[in-house]
Design a protein around this ligand. Structure first.
Ligand code: FAD
Length: 409
């Protein structure tokens, strides 16, 4: 046996290797990682890392010794450049050809590049990697006015972090609400108000149309004609899946690498997981691509189990891990369980206290999921509801004295 090759050493690539070993897989495991460092967590990058002087090591998923102890060959600063399915090997940037029994594509996603003037000026940043975060952190030392292009999770997390260290922040969002792809109107509105209270200038329904400056950025112009001063710009306009490698290898892609309910591509030896994978979600009832730690980790665990099970695919249950996500924005922890974007009715629980919120998101009478702010208890109960397929009616939730915990007891 020649073992498993993992393309990508992010959250998903790391997890599949770790779970293979934990499950008793004894063939070789090689992770080919474009990034120069050991696998690390990205979530802190937009939250704490940029506003503190935390060391990179605090982000590591595991120390160096873990890889040695578990006989996982981790090869940094190298890429998988091509897949030869017929011959069963991958071609690496080093020129080497690496044969595989199983290949796991865990290549993640890349930041969307805005096709606007001035995007290459000094002082224009993006945020995906630890290097990006360190460059942003360094740039902040002599920047006081920051413009963020994009009112999604990352743009808003950064905005809150930078307000907390006294920067002037403007967030520019093309849609007419914040986090519009993922949360309900109600939760969007809550965060709009709270960010404004934090002192962030939020512009909705307008886009950054150009970045101005000679060598360094000095301002951005918006599609509504206004100009906003900025000595640092963060482009946080979403990501695109890294699915070109798979496509060039003759595998089907459609906003992500298409996989079945075992995260297998049409080639039974090749899997795709995490941010790069497009799969049918029973929670969304359509093909989706999710960008979350939960999704990367759960899909990796399932693929490790599949590889270990070998031919016995019937032994592996289809992927149906409950999707959940969190985002820390200033003092607010937003947690989402389920796929709430398709909701047509939202029932808000009256909590009687500021800064806390529970939004039950329904489509028809079906509870799609729950969005909470600073209510971790309801979030955890929500995971249980979706995992166990418990039925909760809209009319019950709408009752004045509805209490989720009591209801489930
Ligand atoms: P990645 O972590 O992107 O890893 C893919 C790796 O593959 C990268 O290192 C890439 O360089 C490498 N690669 C690409 N092509 C090749 C190739 N051809 N050969 C070799 N290597 C290659 N999720 C949450 O749930 N909660 C949060 O609060 C949260 N906050 C976030 C904050 C930030 C700033 C960012 C960027 C993401 C955040 N996420 C959060 C999302 C989460 O980090 C991702 O969903 C997760 O990292 C996906 O893991 P992945 O392994 O699929 O992709």
């Amino acid at each position: 046996a020649v073992g498993t090759v993992v393309a990508g050493g992010g959250q998903a690539g790391f997890q599949v290797a770790a779970s293979l070993r934990q499950g008793g897989y004894s063939d070789s495991i090689t992770i080919i990682s474009q990034e120069p460092r050991l696998p690390y967590q990205r979530p802190p990058l937009s939250k704490t890392y940029i506003k503190t002087d935390a060391a990179f090591d605090s982000l590591l998923l595991k120390p160096d010794s873990f890889f040695e102890k578990n006989a996982i060959a981790y090869r940094p600063a190298e890429t998988v450049d091509a897949i030869d399915r017929e011959a069963g090997f991958v071609a690496l940037s080093s020129g080497e050809r690496l044969p595989f029994d199983h290949l796991v594509l865990a290549v993640g996603a890349s930041n969307r590049v805005l096709p606007i003037e001035g995007r290459d000026l000094a002082g224009v940043h993006q945020l995906r990697t630890a290097e990006d975060a360190e460059s942003l952190r360094a740039g902040l030392t002599d920047a006081s006015t920051i413009a963020v292009a994009g009112g999604g999770f990352i743009g808003l997390e950064v905005a809150a972090a930078l307000r907390a260290i006294g920067k002037e922040v403007t967030v520019v969002e093309a849609a007419n609400r914040l986090m519009g792809r993922t949360v309900s109107q109600e939760v969007s509105r809550f965060f709009l108000e709270e960010h404004r209270k934090m002192g962030t200038d939020i512009r909705l329904g307008t886009a950054v149309s150009a970045i101005l400056g000679r060598e360094r950025v000095r301002a951005v112009t918006l599609s509504d004609g206004s100009e906003v001063a900025a000595d640092l710009v963060l482009i946080a306009a979403g990501v695109l899946p890294n699915d070109g490698l798979a496509r060039d290898g003759g595998l089907a892609t459609d906003n992500g690498i298409l996989v079945d309910h075992h995260m297998r591509t049409e080639d039974p030896r090749i899997f795709a997981i995490g941010d790069c994978a497009a799969f049918h979600s029973p929670f969304a009832e359509r093909t989706v691509r999710l960008e979350s730690v939960q999704n990367a980790v759960d899909q990796a665990k399932l693929v490790a189990a599949s590889i270990i099970a070998g031919e016995d695919t019937a032994a592996i249950a289809p992927y149906r891990a409950v999707p959940w996500f969190w985002s820390d924005q200033g003092p607010f922890k937003l947690q989402i369980v389920g796929m709430t974007a398709g909701a047509d009715h939202v029932e808000m629980a009256a909590l009687g206290e500021g800064g806390k919120l529970v939004a039950y998101c329904f489509r028809g009478d079906k509870l799609l999921g729950i969005e909470t702010v600073n209510r971790p208890g309801e979030h955890m109960l929500g995971r249980r509801i979706l995992a166990e397929d418990l039925v909760i009616a809209r009319s019950e939730v709408a009752a004045e004295d509805f209490d989720l915990k009591a209801h489930l007891a």
